[in-house]
Design a protein around this ligand. Structure first.
Ligand code: BES
Ligand code: MN
Ligand code: MN
Length: 506
């Protein structure tokens, strides 16, 4: 049984003159420790009291907090597939209701050209700093269904982990913020104003959210954006992502003959678009696994030796990594480590490829068409539309005579780097230290959250990425999970962020 709430008081951050309740983790279990009154002399009465009531409220409502998340996970809010449109709408309503129950004075479902945005706020005092929490209630499609050990929208808890689509990405992580708000509001200890913007289109590229930002600038006015939609290294090595990669997502269509042909009658005499597409795709990397698109690396910001050294200091076990994935060897751009390949280097991947006959048995056919979905992860200072244009021009130029190529764009987003020397990052670091008992390690995340760049360009806001997921949470994959301990740890940590951020602005 998980004993997440057994806590001890231990000294932290003497510079701020407080002692926090620190969850001590020895081995993988929480050890029960008794409160030691000796430490008490250093704690201001008010601070100590606040932390104690937070923890009491958490302990008393622990089971309900979990049950409510499971309820939300039962709604199949798949944004990519129109057959779930009603469920997505139902999920938005559920998020709004949850905001009201948590103590928001205002909560609304805001229609967009796509799926709605849920907005809620608790304004304590307009003079206080405001944190804008962003998250998403939409999830990835659950396919392939046959690879799930339990149905994706019937959450189960096994070995202290919640298994369901969205458990980690991002319902579980987003819901921590709603529960953390409840903790602060219901114990009358909210240190700042909180606004929440929870969208329903993150997994399909947030196409309508930029417009929502543009037309709601006043409503979204804040001092910082706080997001839990990324991962940390482990509970033993808490970390904060200080960057996200950008994305350019394309689809290509290769056409050979005007109709499917008998592969005996025509085979060997007419270009097969599937063969040609494979050849074109293969040519996009050279023998060192560099991407061959001319100009692709021109704007890539190279880190200096010192920065690379720092990045590679993060705990990482290559053997464990390979073992976890059942691969004999890792793959990637020559001259870079695995952490660099996922953190600071751009990539190109085929996400899906199809054409010809893929049904049961065998059919002899020389197909007329072949398709692929190709995405590129971008790093500073690459730009998604520039990369889109370079890709398109190159892909068209390498098409052999016997086929025609159509290239179209799906979506894109810009890379971001979040500063680690800002008061907001420091508030997150102190919050983590308060509840994990360790300083977080700054890391560079490989994933993308397209709206983050727009928070800065449209609203002028910086972001803190305080994620509690783990890389092996199987997000976007069958058997997605989120550790119950991480869920509770997030709820426990978030109020500290608000407190330390508000103090930094005082
Ligand atoms: N939460 C992820 C992004 C993420 C995951 C960042 C892990 C860092 C670590 C987000 O929901 C996501 O999946 N984004 C998409 C991009 C989107 C445009 C479909 C992605 O990264 O593929
Ligand atoms: Mn996400
Ligand atoms: Mn995702």
């Amino acid at each position: 049984m998980l004993r997440w709430f057994s806590m001890a008081r231990a000294p932290i951050a003497p510079d701020v003159g407080v002692f926090a309740l620190v969850s001590l983790m020895t081995s993988k279990k929480w050890e029960s420790c008794r409160f030691s009154p000796n430490f008490n002399t250093f704690v201001t009465q008010k601070n100590q009291h606040t932390m104690q009531v937070w923890n009491e409220y958490l302990a008393e409502n622990k089971q309900r907090f979990l049950d409510e998340l499971l309820e939300l996970l039962r709604i199949p809010s798949v944004s990519a597939d129109s057959k779930y449109k009603e469920d997505v709408a139902r999920c938005a309503e559920a998020v709004k209701e949850a905001m009201v129950r948590a103590g928001c004075d205002k909560a609304e479902v805001c229609p967009t050209a796509g799926h709605p945005v849920v907005y809620g706020e608790k304004i304590k005092d307009p003079a206080l700093p405001t944190v804008l929490v962003y998250g998403h209630y939409d999830v990835q499609p659950p396919d392939p269904l046959n690879l799930w050990d339990s149905p994706p929208f019937e959450p189960v808890i096994k070995d202290g982990k919640i298994f369901a689509r969205g458990a980690c990405d991002d319902k579980g992580q987003m819901y921590m913020h709603i529960k953390a708000l409840e903790v602060m509001v219901k114990t009358d200890s909210l240190p700042c104003n909180v606004k929440m913007m929870i969208e329903g289109e993150e997994e399909v590229g947030s196409d309508n959210l930029g417009k929502f930002l543009e037309s709601n600038k006043e409503k979204l006015k804040a001092d910082i954006v706080l997001i839990s939609d990324t991962s940390m290294i482990s509970m033993e090595h808490p970390s904060i992502e200080s960057g996200l990669r950008g994305l350019t997502y394309m689809e290509v269509e290769v056409t050979g003959p005007n109709r499917d042909l008998h592969s005996g009658v025509y085979g060997g005499a007419v270009a097969n678009p599937v063969n040609q597409l494979c050849k074109m795709i293969a040519s996009l990397h050279d023998e060192n696994n560099h991407i061959t698109i001319p100009g692709f690396y021109d704007k890539v910001l190279e880190l200096n030796a010192e920065e690379r050294e720092a990045l590679n200091q993060a705990p990482f076990d290559l053997e464990e990594y390979k073992k976890d994935l059942d691969v004999k060897e890792v793959w990637g751009e020559k001259g870079y480590t695995t952490l660099e390949r996922t953190g600071i280097r751009p990539t190109l991947d085929v996400n899906g490829i199809w054409g010809g006959y893929t049904g049961e048995g065998a059919k002899t056919v020389l197909p007329s068409k072949a398709y692929a979905k190709i995405s590129m992860r971008l790093v500073p200072n690459q730009h998604s539309t520039e990369i889109e244009n370079l890709f398109k021009a190159h892909f068209e130029s390498i098409a052999p005579e016997g086929v025609t190529v159509k290239v179209r764009h799906h979506h894109g987003g810009e890379p971001v780097v979040t500063p680690t020397d800002s008061p907001a990052y420091q508030a997150a670091a102190k919050a983590i230290k308060a509840t994990f008992g360790k300083d977080p390690i700054p890391t560079r995340g490989g994933g993308s959250i397209p709206i983050v760049a727009l928070f800065e360009s449209v609203l002028g806001l910086k972001t803190v990425l305080m994620g509690f997921g783990l890389d092996n949470d199987n997000i976007h994959s069958p058997n997605e999970k989120y550790d119950v301990a991480n869920y509770y740890k997030g709820i426990e940590t978030i109020p500290y962020f608000h407190k330390y951020f508000a103090e930094s602005k005082a």
